[in-house]
Write a protein that binds this ligand. Structure first.
Ligand code: ATP
Ligand code: MG
Length: 358
């Protein structure tokens, strides 16, 4: 690995290329939806377009406990995420890629507080994720942190002037909130922030993969989510490969007896077709053409189960060989560089709101 000095890292980060930024919350193991939907596209970009873009990948550890977690597992979960990034092929020696933990850059929390004071209570109350989660947990059990996390997410993005933020559909509203926050502050105080691209423009930039939604295996009408309580419909990257194969074999399908790609009418079968295409790294059309019209769901599932098993065996082997000392060195250098950038943005905002002299 090429070891860069701290000064060289800081110099890299101030070259002012457009920033692409994403984070994966550490609140459980990651699943194949996170892997194929969020991580691989970013790693592909990191491998192919880092000449044009600076890529920030961070572990939003402060977001990890907006919903209750087992705190004795948090360090392990954070490190599991970091190791997964490396095992998935994140080029750790590429100087245009920055890897960091949110809580190691205290400007995130400080800017979030300032944003809080410029955010309406009603505006946050209307966020779909907050409404859903508070309906589920009840108003006395939902934390203020859950209510308040969009301003922290806005800080995560705006501190680095990120232009593209590849996240799933569930985050669309929070990206719009981030844009509104930046516009509101810019209108009041002059040009403080770069406004991230609209969700529509982001979709265009990332092409069709951005819409990827792997569904839960037990209930294929909802997306696979790592915070789902039972875990039976989820293929976690750390699952025992045989158990994962069993989850595929018992995935909910339908009684049509006809393999056909149609997420409306046959969500279970369509989900498995999608999973197979991703595992084979094959265009979906090709996978669909191969199976279309066949009736033996058993054969189909066995093939997908076998692929999932092989994928996990390989991935877990790579995970075992991740060099923690390489990650530690990268985090140490990048967290210094990120503090430099984030503090510079924070200082501008502190000046604008009168906390620091002009
Ligand atoms: P949680 O239940 O904790 O919200 P999650 O599975 O939704 O977990 P997140 O940490 O919220 O995972 O999301 C990490 C990234 O993975 C986001 O960019 C999100 O859009 C993407 N993602 C999450 N679930 C899927 C899925 N089922 N298919 C494709 N992408 C997904
Ligand atoms: Mg989510």
């Amino acid at each position: 690995m090429i070891q860069l000095t701290t000064d060289e890292r800081i110099q890299n980060v101030t070259q002012s290329k457009p920033v692409i930024l994403t984070g994966l919350r550490a609140n459980n193991d990651l699943h194949i939806g996170n892997y194929f939907g969020a991580l691989l596209p970013l790693i592909d970009l990191a491998k192919t377009r880092s000449e044009e873009f600076q890529i920030n990948l961070f572990v939003p550890d402060l977001h990890s406990f907006t919903t209750p977690i087992d705190h004795s597992a948090l360090q392990a979960d954070i490190w599991n995420n970091l190791r997964i990034f490396a095992a998935a092929g994140l080029p750790l020696d590429n100087p245009d890629i920055f890897l960091y933990r949110q809580s190691y850059v205290s400007a995130h929390s400080e800017l979030a507080w300032i944003f809080d004071c410029f955010t309406g209570f009603g505006e946050l109350s209307r966020m779909t994720e907050f409404k859903d989660k508070s309906a589920r947990l009840g108003v006395d059990h939902i934390g203020v942190g859950q209510f308040n996390y969009p301003p922290l997410m806005a800080a995560d993005i705006l501190l680095y002037n990120a232009v593209y933020v590849p996240v799933g559909d569930d985050q669309t509203q929070h990206i719009e909130f981030t844009r509104n926050t930046a516009e509101r502050m810019n209108n009041q105080f002059g040009d403080l922030f770069v406004i991230p691209k609209s969700v529509k423009e982001q979709h265009e930039f990332f092409g069709k993969d951005q819409g990827l939604r792997i569904k839960d295996l037990v209930d294929p009408t909802k997306k696979m989510s790592k915070s789902d309580e039972s875990g039976r419909g989820i293929i976690f990257l750390g699952d025992d490969p045989d158990d994962a194969a069993k989850k595929i074999m018992s995935a909910t399908t339908d009684s049509f007896g006809n393999i056909h790609f149609d997420f409306e009418k046959q969500p279970g079968v369509s989900n498995l077709l999608q999973i197979q295409a991703l595992l084979l790294n094959q265009p979906l059309d090709e996978t669909v053409r191969h199976w279309e019209g066949k009736s033996n769901y058993g054969d189909f599932k066995r093939e997908v189960a076998e692929l999932v098993k092989d994928f996990l065996i390989n991935f877990q082997e790579r995970l075992k060989h991740v060099d923690d000392s390489q990650l530690t060195a990268k985090l140490a250098a990048d967290e210094i560089a990120m503090n430099e950038v984030a503090n510079a943005t924070l200082y501008k905002v502190q000046q604008a709101v009168g906390l620091r002299p002009q």
